[in-house]
Design a protein around this ligand. Structure first.
Ligand code: AMP
Length: 145
């Protein structure tokens, strides 16, 4: 299964984003409202400037207290964002997320941001894939095909 197959089944089709100058509190509000774990950070005219996840906010809350909510998103975001292409396999992106220890990944196609996938999406896709392989194998052993 490929990343583009995951994107085609996602309920939230649009890309949820905030601007670099937005307050962290506004990003937290968005995460809560949309029930997601990370937002893409981008200013007008830019594809991607960073990513801000719930972990970035919680880490800073623990470190400096609730005052961090008035900081701008650019102060807490990760700028060196790892992305994948729609033709990448689920196995490959799972490995990239596991190696990099992050759970969200923007999908870029020809320099354009076309979606975001989470580790939950990838694991669900892999379970389906493995189930299909198991069923095919069982059918083969039983002589059904
Ligand atoms: P997450 O596990 O996605 O909540 O994020 C854990 C940490 O990795 C946070 O500091 C995020 O800003 C960062 N992060 C999340 N996604 C990515 C990504 N695709 N590339 C680089 N860093 C990321």
């Amino acid at each position: 299964m490929l990343v583009r197959d995951i994107l085609s089944t996602k309920k939230i089709g649009k890309i949820i984003s905030v601007a670099t100058n937005d307050k962290v509190s506004a990003a937290a509000e968005m995460l809560s409202e949309m029930r997601i774990g990370a937002v893409i950070v981008r200013d007008a005219g830019s594809e991607i400037d960073g990513i801000l996840s719930e972990r970035d906010i919680v880490r800073e809350l623990g470190r400096s207290g609730s005052g961090c909510l008035t900081k701008s998103v650019s102060e807490l975001m990760t700028s060196n964002v790892k992305s994948c292409s729609p033709t990448e396999t689920t196995q490959k992106v799972m490995q990239m997320m596991s190696d990099g220890r992050f759970r969200h990944m923007p999908v870029m196609d020809d320099g354009k941001l076309i979606g975001v996938i989470s580790i939950g999406d990838v694991v669900a896709a892999r379970i389906k894939e493995v189930q299909f392989e198991n069923d095919s194998m069982a059918d083969l052993i039983a002589g059904n095909i």
